[in-house]
Design a binder for this molecule. Structure first.
Ligand code: ADP
Ligand code: MG
Length: 695
């Protein structure tokens, strides 16, 4: 068959309808897609051992001759064995294959094969179970560096490698899209070489060259695309300049002195806000660094300038809390603050919307519903998105459309995030934003003491809760409630919602009959949630048992102890967020991570958390361990997915790629020179799903 980039995988030998469908689920439909389905890892199968010399650690290749005809036996229904002894000049190896009856015919006595598997010692015999094998002289996947692919059920790595090898027949027809000048300046391998060697590298050095080229390419197109995106935003023309105000005037409203970092960020913001173009700024600051007041300042500026502002929080609980603290702060300055959440009755909702539309509300606080099409503003000048890790490019693009009402220019946008994300990832999600960092905590905070505690010390943990409550402090207990019917039901059954409820009841009845407990979970109605949270804030609830709805943003300074049940089920960044719920007042605070796990990796992870409070370090660790999915959901950031760029590292290459993009665009801003057209094409493709970049 002649292979082209468009050849459908369904037409590949060995791929029937069933497999084609499974591959399609991975997004693999044709040869071109296979070529960019880069290996996630490699196995070095180059070294071929003799039976005696083969190490017992890890999987190895052994060359040996079948000493007999394979023996087939059926142990019971569903369990078939093929056994065969193979030998070399100095030793014998006993092979067992489970449920692979074809092996009986595939291995022939007297022929030499390479066997790839783990050598075990059974008494004085050496043995291997289910090795991969190939005839010597007809090897394709032994004696080489073998790619390891991400797979799906029913598709083996062997099949994936076989298909990719076939697809590589068209590698020479893959166009070179990187301009020659860029390739030269950055010493990048040619496209064809890179493709061949990323899948089947001849040696480490060629793999490195391939990876460098492909990673660079990916980051380069991303950088070019983001540049267009930013430029486009700047071209959207006039924003809504907000008159400058002395910071001291705002400071006078506060019960505390702003930190230097807060002041700096506020200055950066006011400059943006006073400018002719809409602001697009990300304010990043670790949990507890005091982002809310920065948002309040922006809102205050907008209202002083005669406009409206909107603040969106990811949960109703958080929206409610922001509403309370922002009203307390800004009402004395004459700002009319209103809460718009699902907790309102339809009547109240209608009234609030009307007031917004007529300009009788200055600052609206709510959830995503705030930017739905049924809400209109009279003169909206600022939108703040708090802790919206998923508030990516696509959502921001939707906002720009929101504005126009009443002939208003596009609003200023302020995104606030506590998740200190590694720079590569930040570039992807927030690449089109300007960034301010609050890199200082308010004074008087002592770091939260963190402990990893096993089940056998549960009683002591309860005693500690009692002690904290006795001193007038408040306590969170967070359980990883999991919806029933999720994939890990069995394991998670311990803490489904029912369990959280009965756990709370048992705690109240048997452990803390004298304390006031409350329960907060995602299935409560908004009003109920609000009531529980308000009671906790007022100190009426001493111990709040909850699912992760308290994760982000909740601020109750009197809370001094955070207990996390089954802590190993959470991501590190999530635990860091949870821990950030305490240590917000002047009291020494504690975080207790309960776990049953015996898995050394999980324990090590939890100990990382106990050993550092640096959110940045923690998120990098998390990213390494769990991948970027946890940060942003699959593709919610609305920007292209990286196929190869290692989001944790590749910092140097990122810098190079950005620089190359900048240079290229400086020389040819619209990429209309013939040699740059392919770049434009690639960027278009890459950003095909991103609204609004080119039209
Ligand atoms: P986050 O950055 O996590 O959103 P918050 O805005 O909720 O942090 O602030 C955490 C706590 O610190 C709040 O109780 C807030 O009132 C307080 N706070 C903020 N800035 C200061 C400051 N400069 N000095 C003292 N306390 C502050
Ligand atoms: Mg916050």
């Amino acid at each position: 068959m002649t292979m082209t980039r468009d050849t459908l995988i369904a037409a590949f030998p060995g791929v029937g309808e069933v497999r084609a469908q499974k591959l399609e689920k991975l997004g693999l439909t044709n040869a071109a897609a296979l070529l960019t389905w880069y290996p996630r890892d490699y196995e070095d199968r180059r070294q071929v051992y003799t039976i005696r010399e083969a190490p017992l650690e890890g999987r190895v290749c052994i060359a040996a001759i079948a000493a007999e005809h394979p023996r087939f036996s059926r142990i019971r229904k569903g369990l078939e064995l093929v056994q065969v002894k193979v030998v070399d000049a100095a030793g014998a190896l006993h092979l067992t294959f489970f449920n692979q009856s074809y092996v009986e015919r595939a291995i022939r006595a007297g022929e030499e094969y390479i066997f790839y598997g783990t050598v075990e010692e059974q008494g004085r015999r050496r043995a291997m179970v289910n090795p991969i094998f190939e005839r010597v002289g007809r090897q394709s996947f032994t004696g080489c560096i073998m790619p390891v692919y991400r797979l799906t059920a029913g598709i083996s790595n062997h099949l994936m490698a076989t298909l990719t090898r076939l697809a590589l027949d068209c590698a020479s027809s893959v166009p070179e899209t990187l301009p020659a000048s860029v390739r030269q300046a950055h010493h990048l391998a040619a496209a064809e070489f890179a493709l061949r060697n990323i899948h089947f590298p001849e040696h480490e050095a060629s793999l490195e060259l391939a990876r460098r080229r492909l990673t660079f390419e990916e980051l380069f197109y991303l950088a070019v695309g983001l540049h267009f995106l930013k430029q486009r935003r700047e071209e959207t023309g006039a924003g809504c300049p907000l008159p400058l105000r002395p910071l001291e005037e705002f400071q006078a409203l506060l019960p505390f002195a702003l930190t230097g970092a807060q002041r700096r960020v506020m200055e950066e913001m006011s400059t943006d806000l006073a400018g002719q173009r809409p602001m697009n700024r990300l304010v990043q600051g670790d949990v507890g660094s005091g982002k809310t007041v920065v948002a309040a300042f922006a809102a205050w500026l907008a209202v002083q300038g005669g406009y409206q502002a909107a603040l969106m929080a990811p949960t109703e609980v958080l929206a409610e809390q922001h509403f309370r603290s922002l009203s307390a702060l800004l009402a004395p300055a004459g700002v009319r603050v209103e809460l718009l959440t699902g907790a309102l009755t339809p009547g109240e909702k209608k009234k609030a919307r009307l007031a917004l539309a007529q300009g009788e509300i200055d600052l609206a606080v709510g959830t995503h519903a705030l930017i739905s099409s049924s809400v209109s503003f009279r003169r909206l000048a600022l939108i703040v998105a708090d802790e919206q890790h998923r508030f990516g490019v696509a959502q921001r693009a939707a906002l720009a459309e929101k504005s126009g009402t009443g002939g208003m220019p596009p609003p200023h946008v302020l995104v606030m995030s506590a998740t200190p994300i590694p720079r590569t990832l930040a570039l992807i999600v927030y690449g089109d934003l300007d960034v301010s960092v609050i890199d200082q905590l308010p004074p008087g905070r002592s770091p939260v003491e963190t402990y990893v505690i096993r089940e056998d010390k549960r009683q002591r943990m309860y005693n500690f809760i009692r002690k904290q409550a006795g001193e007038g402090r408040q306590v969170y207990i967070v359980c990883p409630a999991v919806e029933e019917n999720t994939e890990w039901t069995e394991e998670a059954a311990a803490f489904n919602l029912k369990a959280v409820k009965s756990y709370t009841e048992a705690l109240q009845r048997d452990v803390f009959p004298d304390l006031r407990l409350g329960l907060l979970h995602g299935k409560l109605r908004p009003r109920e949630k609000e009531a529980v949270m308000a009671a906790f804030t007022r100190g009426e609830i001493q111990v709040l048992v909850s699912t992760t709805v308290v994760e982000v943003g909740v601020d109750v300074p009197n809370a001094s102890l955070m207990v996390v049940e089954n802590a190993d089920r959470f991501g590190l960044s999530q635990l860091h967020q949870l821990r950030g719920r305490v240590g917000r007042g002047g009291h020494q605070s504690y975080c207790v991570l309960m776990t049953n796990t015996r898995n050394p990796d999980s324990l090590a992870r939890l100990r990382t958390l106990a050993s550092t409070t640096d959110g940045f370090k923690i998120s990098e660790e998390d990213l390494k361990l769990r991948g970027p999915g946890d940060f942003f959901g699959s593709r919610q950031h609305g920007l292209p997915q990286m196929k190869i760029a290692d989001l944790t590292g590749d910092m140097r290459l990122l810098g190079e790629a950005q620089e190359a993009a900048r240079l290229l665009l400086e020389e040819d801003p619209t990429l209309e020179r013939p040699e740059n057209r392919p770049v434009l094409e690639r960027v278009r493709q890459l950003f095909a799903d991103t609204p609004d970049i080119f039209n």
